[in-house]
Write a protein of this length. Structure first.
Ligand code: SMG
Ligand code: MG
Length: 368
């Protein structure tokens, strides 16, 4: 397969409600979509990077720049297949989200041309999945309880509460007390705590959480391992894991017993599958994280989350939880589950009118 050109497209999707985490508040998802044109057809993907480098060191404009100036030029000369993308980009350091977007678009084009779904290619074993929802920090506990109530009524299988210092024990206690012991409840701190907060975090043990996600800085595996030794609640890593190698290191250090896998954060779906395999070999459950994806990223994440080791519900909610209007047809919950796309490639394509309406800029990168 030969690369003929790449389109970078910026879209802006207003969120139905602001999403507040310990990192800040988002009201709009500005996303970067990548369309590759090849001699065998086209493929689509989205970049997980956000406007600001807060969750990750990558950010949208930076991702567009590295794709345009370095990643795409490295792919024009080669005979393209999905497994050839990462090796062709290996000499370029970092930028895993940008690399993931490019590799996924190539994967989509390649699979489409062969009539194979991403789910089948990755080794999916399920056609639909129970999924979770990530609930942002709210102004009041009552507002939080209303939100959780709505999501449980909609059928979500797991509720994740965003926490930060000053918004942790009380909201967790109130949600547990209100909705009972049977609700699968987790918390995500997005690195908001310091190692000295370990004793405080251990108080979360009283609430039967399925996990605490990324309490400390991404590069502080030691602090996570120390917390794991003094707390009953399982530790899940998100920001700390950017490759299968990181996953092995974290597991060996006892820094986590669960891993959140986001394809964008680890450089793509192929590396995501390696982390799945490494975790399975160590007996660790994994689940698929979310980056407020458009329908393009959501479709691909559902394929990944259908692998056998993804035994916990992921942050892959129905479209309506995020957006009124998306670039693809909406994903809806049916009996608390989302269907895994079965069509070729990622299984969805943008709806032209929605795509046009949500687009804020496009750029074409031609072959030299
Ligand atoms: O896509 O449902 C979603 C969002 C899930 O909470 C979510 N993602 O740390 O796991 C995480 C966050 C990262 C994005 S918000 C900065
Ligand atoms: Mg997280």
């Amino acid at each position: 397969m030969k690369l003929e050109g790449v389109e970078l497209r910026r879209v802006a999707l207003p969120l139905v409600t602001p999403f507040r985490t310990s990192l800040g508040t988002q009201t709009v998802r500005d996303a970067l979509l990548v369309r590759v044109a090849t001699d065998e057809g086209e493929g689509w993907a989205e970049c997980a990077a956000e406007d600001d480098p807060t969750y990750s060191p990558e950010y949208l404009e930076g991702a567009a720049d590295v794709i345009r100036r370095f990643l795409v030029p490295a792919l024009f000369p080669i005979d393209l297949d999905p497994a050839a993308v990462a090796p062709a980009l290996r000499h370029l350091r970092g930028h895993v989200m940008a690399k993931s977007a490019v590799e996924t678009a190539v994967l989509d084009a390649w699979l489409r041309a062969r009539g194979v779904s991403l789910a089948a290619y990755l080794g999916a074993v399920r056609r639909s999945l129970p999924v979770g929802v990530s609930v942002g920090i709210t102004d009041t506990i009552d507002e939080l309880l209303d939100t959780v109530d709505r999501h449980l009524a909609a059928g979500y299988a797991r509720v994740k509460l965003k926490i930060e210092p000053g918004w942790d024990l009380e909201p967790v206690a109130r949600v547990r007390e209100t909705f009972g012991a049977d609700v699968m409840l987790t918390v995500d701190a997005n690195t908001a705590y310091r190692p000295a907060d370990a004793r405080h975090l251990a108080e979360l043990d009283a609430y039967g959480l399925a996990m605490i996600e990324q309490p400390f800085a991404p590069d502080d595996l030691h602090a996570h391992a120390r917390l794991a030794a003094m707390i009953g609640t399982p530790i899940c890593l998100d920001e700390s894991i950017t490759s299968a190698r990181d996953a092995v290191t974290a597991i060996r250090q006892g820094a986590c017993s669960i891993i959140n896998i986001k394809p964008g954060r680890v450089g793509g779906y192929l590396e995501a599958r390696r982390i799945h395999d490494v975790a399975a070999a160590h007996g660790l459950p994994v689940w698929c994280g979310g980056m407020l994806e458009t329908g393009l990223g959501r479709a691909a994440n559902l394929a990944l989350a259908a692998l056998p080791g993804f035994t916990l519900p992921g942050d892959i909610s129905a479209t309506a939880r995020y957006y009124e209007r998306d670039v693809t047809a909406p994903f809806t919950l049916v009996n608390g589950e989302l269907a895994v796309p079965a069509g070729p490639g990622i299984g969805v394509t943008p709806e032209p009118s929605d795509l046009e309406a949500l687009t804020t800029a496009t750029e074409w990168i031609p072959a030299p």
